[in-house]
Design a protein around this ligand. Structure first.
Ligand SMILES: [Zn+2]
Length: 306
């Protein structure tokens, strides 16, 4: 049995949110502590999670709880002021748009993931074409360039969320030239890129996230699933030093994130992924994405992350 002790889950959805969640930030931090995990990063579709992360970190000091911001219309889309404020308050990740992105709307429709529990009312749905990081000529928007620089200045990382493969390629190039760490989230979900795409992006310096949820029933139902073999092949192709295993968990139809993570890494072990590689992808590579020292405790006195 492979343990998730010391793991950092870079992608969990705690409540309150526009969708039903299993619990709030404190519930998630307590579960992570019980599993011996080192940290969790909170994502929300509608607001920065910095405040709740800071409170949860104080209440559960054994677990580092990191905050983030997601650039849906609820924060003004590609809004450098919202990003700047979140980073100033300790956000460690800036997620590109999720269900307000052009790619998401094309894949799932506006304001929905295709299931009732993950559908928002019309006035919150962000209908229309949706957000893209590119202008009509295929160039990155100036405000997106500004955000990429802000992320680098604060030593945080940028996550691609629900952008298309074309958008991601452009953004990964920009991140490489600026020196911004970039994580391509939930491979095979959105975007649907193939193995070759992820390998090319990793060679350009991006990290690739394999999210446990994408191997579970709702993703199968959505038609956006990944098999264990696909995950194992992707790890072999990209390499554990560029791959992060997280959960994207928190939904009521998925197990609590630590249980989801443990089940998933043990499943991958059973299709041939080496234990040392699995441990690297849940402990060490996430630390590198966060910009932390490779394998040690957080810096002394640094308990106010979030
Ligand atoms: Zn997510």
């Amino acid at each position: 049995m492979i343990t998730i002790e010391g793991a950092i889950d870079l992608h969990v959805h705690a409540g309150p949110e526009l969708f039903v969640r299993r619990g709030d930030a404190l519930d998630f931090a307590e579960r992570a502590r019980a599993a011996g995990m080192a940290g969790i990063l909170l994502k929300a579709h509608h607001e920065a999670t910095t405040s709740r992360a800071q409170l949860a970190s104080r209440l559960v000091p054994e677990v580092e709880v990191y905050g983030s911001i997601t650039l849906n219309r609820y924060v003004g889309g590609f809004n450098p002021y919202a990003v700047g404020a979140a980073l100033a308050l300790g956000a460690r990740a800036v997620f590109m748009p999720t269900f307000h992105s052009r790619e998401h709307i094309a894949e799932f429709g506006a304001g929905t993931y295709g299931i009732a529990a993950m559908t928002v009312p019309d006035h919150l749905s962000g209908s229309g074409a949706g957000l893209s990081v590119l202008d009509d000529g295929g160039e990155l928007l100036p405000e997106v360039r500004q955000i990429v620089r802000l992320v680098a200045e604060h030593g945080a990382f940028l996550a691609t969320a629900h952008l298309s493969t074309t958008e991601i390629e452009t953004l990964v190039e920009e991140c490489a030239s600026v020196g911004t760490r970039c994580l391509i989230t939930h491979a095979f979900h959105v975007p649907r890129g193939d193995e070759d795409f992820y390998r090319r992006m990793a060679r350009r310096g991006a990290y690739v996230e394999i999210a446990a949820n994408i191997a579970y029933p709702i993703a199968v139902h959505q038609g956006h699933a990944m098999t264990l073999q696909q995950a194992a092949d992707l790890i072999a192709s990209v390499g554990p030093e560029r791959t992060v295993i997280s959960t994207d968990g928190g939904q009521p139809f998925a197990p609590w994130p630590p249980d989801l993570l443990e089940a998933f890494v043990n499943s991958l072990a059973n299709v041939g992924v080496a234990e040392a590689d699995l441990r690297r992808m849940i402990c060490t590579t996430p630390r590198e994405v966060l910009g932390l020292p490779a394998d040690s405790a957080p810096p002394e006195g640094d308990t106010t992350t979030g």
